[in-house]
Design a protein around this ligand. Structure first.
Ligand code: ZN
Length: 507
């Protein structure tokens, strides 16, 4: 038997848009009435990139200043409106989708009769109409109002970037319908909400509970079986009868599963998006005419969300161009890591764990060696102190200088000070020590660690205070120990010499 080859259509099939009511008419341009949201050109033909149409209304508005205070976690951030006057334009019909159904606004262009292309920054649904927010530059206002006078002919279009953005939105939105349907029918999991996040982030559906990796793999496989069958997607529209519209189910938790028709919608059309044999869903979004090529990848874990009284979980997914983008970047991460580790990609996890293991061992060895070194250094200091203590009234005063590029220079100084304090305690020789540790190469941001220890807390404090006031060392201490940091270039002659002087001056 010959295999059936199903190709993705490059234009929208004629059976995508179906008016199922004998009385529903799409207003024609000469009526001067707008085509309502629900049956706009972008909703009748999602691949249409350009439409010649007429201006119904145009007025200048000042966009409201962006809300201050708490930021809402909005899905895709709509392109920012400039803080200057803009035109709000209603066209007879449009290929520029106004945000709705969880799908963000399109961006696009309107070309006027003088050949000028005007940027559409956003499109929004006001009641039942799509309103285009058009950018005007200073000095353009008068000419704009004349070319956008009601009745003027214009062309609304999606440029290459606008269409790429829309194609990504369509892929993610149609995949969400498929995913939600499979979750519902295979695992009885309703979709509480979903978010079409900005590319390249994965989108998510919110379900009432967390899911196991096995469940996620099962759902992915069930969804992709339908994808490989290339199930058809189409829409059905009829006049809106609010008494017959589907009201979202309220779950035991009090959350509703999905959203109903927006209460401010006055377009008068009921639109259902159908995935053949899989799902029927009231929705105003633009959808691809087939799920063929929409392979679904679900991230194999759910993220638990806690609200005041209920918990739910987010399930993240990717498909279409966003999935290709994700594969490309993750592949780049993997190959660059493999090249750093000089191994093949499949060996990366094993090599990384080896490197981490070796590093832990090396760190432990450094710590052990530093402790040994600290004892060695303190023992030298102790013998120096003992040699001096044969003289009456002797105080062992010393500035111990170290050059060290360790990330924890203070650790070694502390180890030396502890070892020395223990050793000298029995000898009862009074002492005052300043320990400094400087990196080998210095810049204005370098840190020199300074530590003061002594047998007299007043002397320790006095040296600490002087280090603060005379050298700008930031630090503090208690009792017989003081420590701080000096930021900048520490010169042995200048800063080091000043420490030597301080030690001499202490009474
Ligand atoms: Zn939808």
């Amino acid at each position: 038997m010959a295999a059936a080859i199903i190709l993705s259509p490059s234009s929208t099939p004629t059976d995508y848009f179906n008016v199922i009511s004998p009385t529903l008419q799409i207003p024609s341009p000469d009526t001067g009435i707008t085509v309502p949201v629900g049956i706009l050109a972008c909703q009748r033909d999602p691949f249409l990139k350009k439409i010649e149409t007429t201006v119904i209304a145009c007025h200048v508005s000042q966009p409201p200043s962006p809300p201050t205070g708490k930021k809402t976690k909005k899905a895709v951030v709509a392109p920012r409106l400039p803080n200057e006057p803009i035109l709000e334009i209603v066209l007879h019909d449009t290929v520029i989708f106004p945000e709705g159904g969880g799908q963000p606004t399109d961006t696009g262009l309107i070309t006027t009769s003088d050949g000028k292309a005007w940027l559409v920054l956003q499109a929004k649904r006001h009641g039942g109409h799509a309103v285009h927010y058009v950018k005007i530059t200073e000095g353009d206002l008068d000419s704009a109002l004349s070319v956008f006078a009601p009745g003027s002919s214009v062309t609304a279009s999606l440029g290459p970037d606008d269409f790429d953005r829309r194609y990504d939105h369509m892929s993610m939105h149609t995949s969400q319908h498929l995913l939600s349907a499979v979750l519902e029918t295979r695992l009885n999991l309703p979709t509480l909400s979903w978010s079409l996040t900005s590319s390249p982030s994965p989108c998510y559906v919110e379900v009432p509970r967390g899911m196991t990796v096995e469940e996620i793999r099962f759902i992915q496989s069930e969804a992709n079986k339908l994808v490989f069958e290339g199930r058809r997607v189409y829409t059905e529209v009829e006049e809106l009868d609010r008494d017959k519209t589907v009201v979202p189910t309220i779950l035991e938790s009090g959350r509703s599963a999905g959203k109903g028709l927006p209460s401010d919608y006055t377009g008068g059309v009921n639109r259902v998006v159908v995935i053949d044999g899989v799902d029927r869903n009231p929705c105003c979004g633009t959808h691809l005419p087939t799920i063929h090529n929409l392979q679904l990848f679900i991230l194999p874990h759910t993220e638990t969300m806690s609200r005041s009284s209920t918990t739910s979980a987010r399930l993240y997914f990717l498909s279409g161009p966003r999935l290709i983008g994700y594969l490309t970047t993750t592949h780049e991460f993997l190959t660059s890591t493999a090249s750093i580790l000089s191994c093949g990609a499949p060996s990366v996890p094993e090599r990384v764990s080896q490197v981490v293991d070796e590093r832990k061992k090396a760190e432990k060895r450094v710590t052990d060696l530093e402790l040994e070194l600290a004892k060695h250094i303190s023992s030298g200091l102790y013998h120096e102190a003992l040699a001096g203590s044969v003289n009456d009234g002797y105080i062992f005063r010393k500035h111990l200088r170290r050059t060290d590029d360790s990330g924890n220079a203070l650790g070694l100084l502390s180890a030396i000070s502890v070892a020395f304090s223990e050793q000298i305690a029995n000898a009862q020789t009074p002492y005052l020590l300043v320990l400094t540790s400087t990196p080998s190469a210095q810049t204005t941001n370098s840190t020199t660690v300074v530590m003061v220890i002594g047998s007299d807390d007043k002397e320790v404090r006095s040296v600490g205070d002087s280090l603060k006031s005379q050298l700008g060392v930031k630090g503090g201490g208690k009792g017989l120990k003081w420590s701080g940091k000096y930021i900048g270039v520490w010169k042995e002659k200048k800063e080091g010499g000043l420490v030597d002087d301080l030690l001499k001056d202490v009474q």
